[in-house]
Structure formats: C-alpha cells, structure tokens
Design a protein around this ligand. Structure first.
Ligand SMILES: Nc1ncnc2c1ncn2[C@@H]1O[C@H](COP(=O)(O)OP(=O)(O)OP(=O)(O)O)[C@@H](O)[C@H]1O
Ligand SMILES: [Mg+2]
Length: 228
C-alpha cells in the first residue's frame, strides 16, 4: 500500500551569496491514520519540512508524494486545490481572519474549494464548531474568543474540507496548560476516532509521547539518535 504522504530526498536551500540549507535530504513515508511527531532543536528545519510536506513551499530538489502521486510537476492552481482537498493546517498562531466571524473563518476553505453548495457548507461549519464546543460562538469575531477557543476554531477550519491529513506546527505552543491539554486531546482523537493522519511539529513532550512515531530533525536531516 502507498503511503498517504511521502517525502523523497527532499532538499530546500535558500539561494544567495551564501546559500542557506533548510532541509538537506529527507526521505519519509507516512501511513494513513498515523500520528507522527516531528521534534528537534530550534532552527533545525522542522517548520521548513512541514511547509514542504504541506505544499506551502517548493523543494529545491526531491519530491512530495500524496497518495503515491508525485506533486513536483504541479502548477499553482493544482497545488492550491490539492492543499484544500487533502491537507489541513494548524499553526502555533491561529491565523484566523480578524474581520470575519468565526463561522465564516471555518467556511472559507469550503468556499475556496467550491465543492459544496453554500447552505450545506454553512451547516457543516456549524457542525464542526459544535464538535469542538463552539456551537454558540459562530457569530463572534476571533478576538472575542479565548486562545484555546481560537485554536479550536483553527482546527475546525483545518477540517472544513475533510482532508485526510492534518499538519500542525506547535499547535499547543501558545496556549495555557488547560487549553493545551484540550487541543492535545482533540488532535489525538482526530487520529484515533476520525482516522486522520497527523504530522505535528512540537516541543510538547506530553503531546509527542502520544504519537505513533517521533522523528528527530537536526540540521535539516532525520536524526535517528535524537532524544528530547
Ligand atoms: N526565509 C528565511 N531566510 C533565512 N533563513 C531562514 C528562513 N527561513 C528559515 N530560515 C532558517 O532556516 C533554519 C530552519 O528554520 P525552521 O523555521 O524550519 O526551524 P524550526 O526547526 O522550525 O525551528 P523552531 O523550533 O524554532 O520553530 C533556521 O536556521 C532559520 O533561521
Ligand atoms: Mg518552527
């Protein structure tokens, strides 16, 4: 069976007089339903790797395969549609749009993809908010919510188009301990109950210890000997 997401000799350098290597040579297979924690020292290339895996950045060489499909020849439109269909993103900072209501933020990826009629999409957005204890928050603006609530909205938004893969970059990094525990539990449930594949960059040892696999990244490379 094909991996749901695979990196094949991924490398990313920033050009310049002295080129900077963000990711050196990463090969990785992630199976459907797997929960993978990516760990490592600050500046080691974890976020850079996540952006490549999420098709938010383009590798200098190597390939990202989604369901066995090589994405390296994709143009901007195909990349954008693939991101909307297959990948959900949760970052350390929620990146909700301040001028939109909570409900509209969750609706946004569905509107962009355009696969559902508006009414069905609104209903789905409301249901997603309900699943994360936010049923009565849809009409508010993000700034009226707590940090933990905002992160749950971001998770609902990531799930809007029902993508098989969720990529998270320090999803608990900016939360107090109670909100962090709640977000950890939600993400954990997504793998175990919703069969989502989760790849999370994290410094949170409690979160990482619940993962199926921990991958250490040091100097842009997988380091099998790395221990938190
Ligand atoms: N646009 C950029 N220009 C120059 N250097 C960059 C750029 N983006 C990243 N870097 C450098 O590349 C390296 C890898 O960065 P990256 O953000 O992937 O690390 P990280 O492992 O996610 O770190 P952290 O744990 O602090 O989030 C770092 O040394 C960083 O300073
Ligand atoms: Mg980072």
């Amino acid at each position: 069976m094909n991996a749901v997401l695979a990196a094949d000799r991924l490398m990313r350098t920033l050009p310049g007089e002295v080129p900077v290597t963000l990711v050196q040579d990463i090969t990785l297979d992630i199976e459907r339903g797997e929960f993978v924690a990516i760990m490592g020292p600050s500046g080691s290339g974890k976020s850079s790797l996540l952006y490549l895996l999420g098709l938010l950045d383009v590798p200098t060489s190597g390939r990202v395969l989604l369901d066995g499909q090589d994405t390296s020849g994709y143009g901007e439109d195909e990349l954008a549609t693939t991101r909307l269909q297959k990948l959900g993103f949760v970052f350390q900072f929620h990146f909700l749009l301040a001028e939109f209501t909570v409900l509209d933020n969750v609706l946004l990826p569905m509107r962009r993809l355009g696969a559902l009629p508006e009414e069905t999409a609104r209903q789905r957005a409301g249901e997603l908010l309900g699943q994360f204890g936010l049923a009565d928050q849809g009409h508010k603006r993000p700034h009226q919510l707590s940090g933990g609530q905002r992160q749950r909205v971001a998770i609902a938004r990531a799930l809007a188009n029902d993508p098989p893969i969720i990529l998270a970059d320090e999803p608990t990094g900016n939360l107090d301990s109670r909100a962090a525990a709640n977000v950890r539990q939600i993400l954990h449930d997504l793998t175990r109950e919703w069969n989502k594949t989760i790849i999370a960059v994290t410094h949170d040892l409690t979160f990482a210890s619940a993962a199926d696999r921990q991958i250490g990244i040091v100097d842009g490379l997988i380091d099998l000997s790395w221990r938190a």
